[in-house]
Design a protein around this ligand. Sequence first.
Ligand SMILES: Nc1ncnc2c1ncn2[C@@H]1O[C@H](COP(=O)(O)OP(=O)(O)OP(=O)(O)O)[C@@H](O)[C@H]1O
Ligand SMILES: O=C(CO)[C@H](O)[C@H](O)COP(=O)(O)O
Length: 400
Amino acid sequence: MAICAVYTATNPIFQTTKPNFGFHQKHEVIFYTRKERSRRWEKRKLSCSAEAKTVVIGLAADSGCGKSTFMRRLTSVFGGAAEPPKGGNPDSNTLISDTTTVICLDDYHSLDRTGRKEKGVTALDPRANNFDLMYEQVKAIKDGIAVDKPIYNHVTGLLDPPELIQPPKILVIEGLHPMYDSRVRDLLDFSIYLDISNEVKFAWKIQRDMAERGHSLESIKASIEARKPDFDAYIDPQKQYADAVIEVLPTELIPDDNEGKVLRVKLVMKEGVKYFSPVYLFDEGSTISWIPCGRKLTCSYPGIKFAYGPDSYYSHEVSVLEMDGQFDRLDELIYVESHLSNISTKFYGEVTQQMLKHADFPGSNNGTGLFQTIIGLKIRDLYEQLVAEKAAAPVEAAKV
Ligand SMILES: Nc1ncnc2c1ncn2[C@@H]1O[C@H](COP(=O)(O)OP(=O)(O)OP(=O)(O)O)[C@@H](O)[C@H]1O
Ligand SMILES: O=C(CO)[C@H](O)[C@H](O)COP(=O)(O)O
């Protein structure tokens, strides 16, 4: 993809001939008169938009709800490893692979940790975030224009100097607010919301923050409680705008389960989204309940149950695929995969192959991993259809 220009918050118009990819390295800059600069900028913008447009995907979820894990599954579907920008800030939140660039919307916090404390606001509060800059920069990237994006440093709690983000083929914006601001929302080609129920969120937080980060049970409880009002006010309502929602609930297979290990996961898929045809089980549009355990799928207690059918979600027509329980043997997943349709695989068994490849990722033995993988394949399909449409457009125009 061609490099068009660099857009910075402070200096929106300048031309760069040889951009460097490193952190805060110098660009070779040519200065023009204001009139010439503006003429060149308009021309460049036009040619950028004609060359290629970045496909933009939004992924919303609260902190610690599996966004990074989802991103790793998604980038793996496109091939190649996702890594932080080479030679850049070691605390960068960005991940770059051949096709995708994932930016974390925490980078648009307008208040640093101290600033939030002084003002008594959480990071979930819109007042702690710069939506104008988020919109301008996501739009610029979508139009093929590189940006100097700020970095929120989670280690120091400070806003670090910006990093250069080149327009990729696919830009994923992940974080607390990808669908909060209507201007940013309108830029999304596809959106996902990870809806983790309070019980499960708590279990995951304990697992990570207590076991891996040494936090106390009380402090984890207090942090969840402190975030809850803002989560309910600003984060949760975004799910009504999502094209796909992955809802994670406690199992219904174990009465009064409070361990949170076995999960019931729902994939809610909006009908009528361009280039996205919902996945179905056995028969499209029917209501199905399926217990696959038996000769072809090993299931220990409490077993596995699938469900599929039409439903309504925030007044939208949706299809819902549900899995309760967990797989004992991942290689047997092929049996389940072969009964699912519209999964956008390129070959028989691709879902199973992806799941086996990342068997060590959290959720690989249940519906979270399965549905994240399927959504990754659906995004690849959507991207390929969008690219094909763009490629066909000049041919169609020439015919006219
Ligand atoms: N599908 C899953 N099944 C079980 N545990 C999970 C799952 N997904 C995530 N977790 C747990 O939640 C933790 C956080 O996951 P991850 O880092 O993917 O979330 P995140 O939303 O990116 O977090 P943050 O925003 O805080 O960086 C993991 O370390 C793991 O303990
Ligand atoms: O909700 C969050 C998104 O990840 C973080 O809490 C927010 O970004 C603030 O980060 P930190 O706690 O590191 O200051």
